[in-house]
Design a protein around this ligand. Structure first.
Ligand code: NDP
Ligand code: MG
Length: 385
């Protein structure tokens, strides 16, 4: 039996993970669940799955949960960053689902690595901030990273059996988001509400905006470079609006292999949970004869400059990808709060990247220092963007 800590169990990936776990009670024990703001859902999840530990944002929400749950059962209730870190490293845990959104996921994910866990990695921001350190620590502490991000999970499915330097390139597919067919002028006027309507995937707000700007694919290029030890010039992006194909690997003999499935995260999550077995996900197979035509096109880098910004940042090193990630988080939050328009997101990120070139970090302290300085700079640039 695998014993799981789910970081971010109240989010989109967290809930899909619990949907798969529910199908396989004989395989998985839930050791810990965690929320940030959604204590009501955490309480419902805790009552169903009876984890030994639950973690929430702060003492007030921890007390609230304690009052509401104490007559049902008595879990340990922790709060704050020390709580998230504790469930990522607990001895009782074999697998950690890293599904906190944004940079807040970095420290707990790294703790899981340092404690030699199997990490089901959804939190791509931790790889963008600390990819090479994370991969070094995985080797040192014998931790295993299994990608949950659908494209990376597809590549993992294709390559883990025959990863032998015979790969020519990786092609990450992208839906293109809700604004794929707009003109530059139309893009200036898009609303938060329309940006949050992803055509194919149901996801948290931050990644949904990242998908609309194409920064999500930029972050995924960086994530893939680290996870699969590939130079970025061998990682391409291809728009595939139907989101049925979840990436390709091209081998040196000209073979192109892909993984297909409905755009439902329960498929990659079940693969990561069951690995090396395959287990049911609750998702039907595709009837290709009934599906829409599968189409492909190149990304429009003029309309969506974030993808190029991510390639350029990666080529400059980890300090620059930390700035990219921090400035993107500030810009997305400002857009969601209607402080800047959609088209200012890449402008702010570019300004932040041009404003500073710190030395590449050697350790987690350096990473956190660059991240917090980059956030201060990005905030101060908001009025200039
Ligand atoms: P959601 O916004 O739906 O969920 C985020 C989760 O993290 C929630 O449980 C939230 O708690 C918690 N959380 C948010 N901020 C903090 C914080 N500061 N400290 C601790 N916990 C926090 O996001 P998603 O599930 O969509 O995405 C999670 C991660 O997975 C992201 O990194 C995303 O890029 C990646 N991913 C997601 C995919 C998807 O289809 N959704 C696909 C591929 C990757 P609460 O809700 O209680 O506030
Ligand atoms: Mg993805």
């Amino acid at each position: 039996m695998r014993s799981l800590s789910i970081l971010g169990s109240t989010g989109s990936i967290g809930c899909s993970t619990l949907d798969v776990v529910r199908l396989h009670p004989e395989r998985f024990n839930i050791f810990a669940l965690s929320s940030y703001t959604n204590t009501d859902l955490l309480l419902v999840q805790a009552i169903e799955f009876r984890p030994s530990v639950i973690v929430t944002k702060d003492e007030i929400s921890a007390n609230k949960i304690h009052e509401l749950i104490k007559d049902v059962y008595k879990p340990e209730i922790l709060y704050g960053i020390s709580g998230y870190r504790s469930i990522a490293s607990a001895e009782e845990v074999s697998d950690v689902v890293a599904a906190i959104s944004g940079s807040a996921g970095l420290l707990p994910t790294m703790d899981a690595v340092i404690n030699g866990k199997t990490i089901l990695l959804a939190n791509k921001e931790s790889m963008v901030m600390a990819g090479s350190l994370m991969m070094d620590l995985c080797l040192k502490f014998n931790a295993k990273l299994i990608p949950v991000d659908s494209e990376h999970n597809a590549i993992f499915q294709i390559t883990h059996n025959n990863y032998n330097n015979a790969i020519n390139k990786i092609i990450l597919t992208a839906s293109g988001g809700p604004f794929r067919n707009l003109t530059c002028e139309q893009l200036c006027d898009v609303t938060v509400e329309s940006a949050l309507k992803h055509p194919n995937w149901v996801m948290g707000k931050k990644i949904t905006i990242d998908s609309a700007t194409m920064m999500n694919k930029g972050l995924e290029v960086i994530e893939a470079a680290y996870l699969f030890d590939m130079p970025v010039d061998k990682i391409e992006v291809l728009i595939h609006p139907q989101s049925i194909i979840h990436s390709f690997v091209e081998f040196i003999d000209g073979s192109l292999i892909s993984q297909l499935g409905f755009p439902d995260m329960k498929i990659p999550i079940s693969y990561a949970l069951g690995f090396p077995d395959r287990i049911t996900s609750g998702v039907e197979g595709i009837k290709l004869e009934e599906s829409d035509d599968l189409t492909f096109e190149s990304p429009d880098n003029n309309l969506f400059p974030c993808l190029d910004l991510a390639y350029q940042a990666f080529s400059k090193g980890m300090a620059t990808t930390i700035i990219l990630n921090a400035a993107n988080e500030i810009a997305v939050e400002a857009f969601l709060n209607k402080i800047i328009p959609f088209t200012k997101i890449p402008i702010l990120i570019n300004l932040a990247l041009e404003s500073w070139s710190p030395k590449n970090p050697d350790n987690i302290e350096d990473i956190l220092a660059i991240d917090s300085e980059a956030r201060i700079k990005a905030h101060s640039l908001l009025s200039k963007a």
